[in-house]
Design a protein around this ligand. Structure first.
Ligand code: DGL
Length: 271
């Protein structure tokens, strides 16, 4: 039994999809969430910049006595996971490997699509993980750079012609490639799940990064005897680097629950 919190971070709102899964899968755990809303989006940035940001995010989170960290960000997971794991003396879980394992379980025709940020696609990390796990798989990757800014602005609803047009354009080539499984490789994308599912149709199974990594974290905590168990209901504290008010409005919508405590602002440059 270990009641210390789990640290979770992302560039902004996207990691909340992982928080939602964690709250369902590990309801007794306390979470500390950091969204780097001052510097979102991460997806177009260079590897060195991403590593610098990720290190600062982790340094802030580690001002709390954490038992594990979940990188609820595809972009940081694809570019900086190994460095963060090597530098930290606690379990650090990323989204790539668990998501790829799940995709390979569901694909029947072994044609797997990956949509993610530019930095993630450029890194080749999803493709490499899929091939390592199953050399016979064919991988079709596509960056979707407009998705994150649209999600951060709440453009996530069916019938929104802007997001639907952009999504159709991004997804068309993947559908032409005949994928039967699509990895939503950026944690912002599950917020577009309905729209993506409408466009892809029932022949394509969507696999979302945040959810799979929450299961991975659960396995890891159990194996190391680090679970908080019993009837307790865990709490989540939210920190952002800019505009806490905007975050709160959209966050409660995405989490489908009210935030018990207001989001607090952190000067991330200090870390
Ligand atoms: N949600 C993040 C990801 O999973 C970051 C997106 C961004 O900031 O561009 O990649």
């Amino acid at each position: 039994m270990d009641l210390r919190p789990i640290g979770v971070f992302d560039s902004g709102l996207g990691g909340l999809t992982a928080v939602r899964s964690l709250r369902e899968i590990l309801p007794s755990e306390d979470l500390i969430y950091f969204g780097d809303t001052a510097r979102v989006p991460y997806g177009g940035r260079a590897r060195e910049t991403l590593l610098k940001y990720a290190r600062q995010d982790v340094r802030f989170l580690r001002t709390f006595d954490l038992k594990a960290i979940l990188i609820a960000c595809g972009t940081v997971s694809t570019t900086s996971l190994e460095a963060l794991q090597a530098e930290n003396d606690l379990p650090v879980v990323g989204v790539v490997e668990p998501t790829c394992r799940r995709a390979l379980l569901v694909t029947k025709n072994k044609r797997v699509g990956v949509i993610a940020t530019l930095a993630s696609i450029r890194s080749g990390a999803y493709e490499a993980a899929l091939r390592r796990l199953d050399p016979a798989v064919q991988v079709y990757g596509r960056p979707c750079p407009l998705f994150v800014p649209l999600v951060e602005n709440g453009r996530v609803n069916r019938g929104d012609v802007v997001i639907e047009t952009v999504a159709r354009e991004y997804l068309r080539p993947l559908l032409e490639d005949g994928v039967d499984t699509l990895i939503l490789g950026c944690t912002h994308y599950p917020l577009l799940q309905e729209i993506i599912a409408d466009i892809c149709g029932p022949g394509v199974t969507l696999v979302s990064a945040g959810e799979e990594s929450a299961f991975e974290l659960k396995r890891l905590l159990k194996a190391r005897g680090l679970r908080a168990e019993g009837d307790r209901r865990g709490e989540t504290a939210f920190y952002v680097s800019e505009r806490p008010e905007n975050f709160e409005d959209i966050a409660s919508l995405f989490l489908r629950e009210d935030l018990h405590h207001a989001a607090r602002r952190v000067d991330i440059d200090q870390y």
